[in-house]
Design a protein around this ligand. Structure first.
Ligand code: NDP
Length: 275
């Protein structure tokens, strides 16, 4: 049972959740726009997650973010879905509307694409290798295909990557690759969409010869210093290496817009998080 104080209306649910910077971002937005409301992090039980989230909304919650490992599971409690949530099968944002329905959305994809464009890292026809086939990977595939990129996907459990490549192939070029097939292809961007970084692990045994000076390595995970994946890529010669802070702030802005109808200015919070 979740007890909400009067002004707590928003939360991020995940397990683990301590690493999340979402409360910092959303409390910054709430304050900036004079909304006397708070956003907290909730470490959800792996077994009772759905009951906990329903209880949150029953007790006055207005909006929530969902993070690993619940992005696919939460689909089942949504009354309505946005188009991007329906296509991805993965939810990172929930909103309770004025008639009590729970709307599911996915802002991860637009968050990543906005950051890649802002940093001038992505071009139409780029070959992008995605490591991972969990909820976050599901959220980013459609926007990247729609932008005109070719997607290659691999995962520790290869079956899950095969399922995603079948699911999304009607939207563009997507191919599942096993690890030993990676070095037969040339990629412009590698995106780490695994959760290995949380336990400070290497995502997968990636062949070193796919790395070069020009390749862009983007870790969706983030920390105050270089993540394990970022250090790994730099060691193998990559120089254009980024973490997922830009994506995080952009996806948060789209969630905030869904909840409040205000599209927040992200510049200040980006500066705060970078420093
Ligand atoms: P999920 O739990 O849904 O999926 C986890 C994925 O990581 C699976 O593909 C899993 O493989 C793989 N994985 C986990 N541990 C390892 C390991 N030790 N070695 C190799 N692969 C591993 O998580 P999400 O998809 O929701 O999140 C993935 C990551 O993306 C997280 O680090 C999260 O913080 C980050 N993220 C960042 C965002 C941002 O805004 N910057 C937004 C969303 C997510 P398998 O299928 O074999 O279990």
């Amino acid at each position: 049972m979740i007890n909400l104080n009067k002004n707590i209306y928003y939360a991020v649910f995940g397990n683990p959740i301590n690493h999340s910077k979402s409360p910092k971002i959303h409390n910054f937005f709430l304050k900036k726009y004079d909304l006397n409301e708070k956003y907290i992090r909730i470490c959800a039980s792996k077994k009772f997650f759905l009951t906990e989230i329903l209880s949150f909304f029953k007790n006055g919650g207005k909006g929530a973010n969902i993070t690993l490992p619940f992005k696919e599971k939460v689909y089942s409690i949504c009354t309505n879905l946005t188009k991007r949530a329906k296509i991805s099968g993965s939810i990172n944002t929930l909103k309770k509307n004025y008639i009590g329905e729970i709307i599911g959305d996915n802002t991860d994809g637009i968050g990543l694409l906005t950051d890649l464009k802002f940093k001038n890292l992505i071009n139409k026809n780029d070959n992008i290798l995605i490591l991972g086939a969990g909820g976050a990977a599901r959220g980013i595939i459609y926007p990247l295909l729609k932008f005109g990129c070719n997607i290659y996907i691999t995962n520790r459990t290869i079956k899950k990557a095969q399922i995603l490549s079948k699911k999304f192939r009607k939207f563009g070029y997507i191919k599942c690759l096993k690890l030993h097939q990676l070095n037969k292809n040339k990629f412009q961007i590698i995106i780490n969409a695994t959760s290995a970084g949380i336990s400070n692990n290497s995502p997968l045994v990636i062949p070193s010869d796919i790395f070069n000076k020009k390749i862009i390595c983007y870790d969706m995970f983030y920390g105050n210093t270089d993540t394990f994946f970022m250090k790994f890529c730099k060691k193998l010669g990559a120089t254009r290496v980024y973490n997922g802070i830009g994506m995080l702030v952009n996806q948060a802005a789209h969630s905030f817009f869904l909840w409040t109808n205000i599209f927040p200015n992200i510049k200040n919070i980006l500066d705060i998080l970078k420093n």
